[in-house]
Design a binder for this molecule. Structure first.
Ligand code: HEM
Length: 138
């Protein structure tokens, strides 16, 4: 099961302010894919170390959790620690550029390979025209 679909929860909803209060080794909550997990008990067992999880408290940890390339076993393990839903839903996408930002970038030359090619070819065409047009056409 994917983490994002991590089972049904008791319906308890937590705000970021609430989750942020649990940011210590003795009481550690994280948010992954819109769910809130109390991973306090797991901290000492974590193969990646407890500190890396602690630095992920108080914010959406989805991106860091996924970036590591956690195994499915690790993802399944998560569901054991679920305490509720995050009020803000799955906000992992907020850490990434918004659709409008991506689209804006695509319309600029930096994101569009065809435009980049045109930027190189256009001056070349002008130079060639400057050489050959007077030579053969005039
Ligand atoms: C959200 C913050 C987290 C970060 C940044 C993180 C990071 C890491 C790192 C760096 C490793 C070591 C990878 C390696 O040895 O190549 C690791 C391994 C692992 N983590 Fe996490 N971790 C996080 C949360 C969790 C949580 C909440 C769980 C489960 C409840 C978990 C379960 C595991 C397991 C089982 C491994 C061993 C390798 C695997 O099966 O994927 N991690 N993690």
């Amino acid at each position: 099961m994917a983490v994002g679909e991590a089972g049904s929860v008791s319906g308890k909803m937590y705000s970021l302010t609430e989750v942020k209060k649990h940011n210590t080794e003795e009481d550690c909550w994280i948010i992954v894919h819109g769910k809130v997990y109390n991973v306090t008990e797991f901290l000492d067992e974590h193969p990646g170390g407890f500190d890396i999880i602690l630095t992920n408290t108080g914010k959406d940890a989805t991106e860091d959790f996924e970036e590591i390339g956690h195994s499915n076993a690790a993802k399944d393990l998560l569901s054991k620690y679920i305490v509720g839903d995050f009020e803000g839903g799955d906000v992992s996408h907020l850490n990434k550029p918004s659709i409008s930002a991506v689209r804006a970038k695509q319309t600029t030359s930096s994101g569009n390979p065809a435009l980049k090619l045109l930027q190189v070819l256009l001056p070349l065409l002008v130079i060639l025209a400057a050489i050959f047009v007077p030579k053969y056409l005039l």
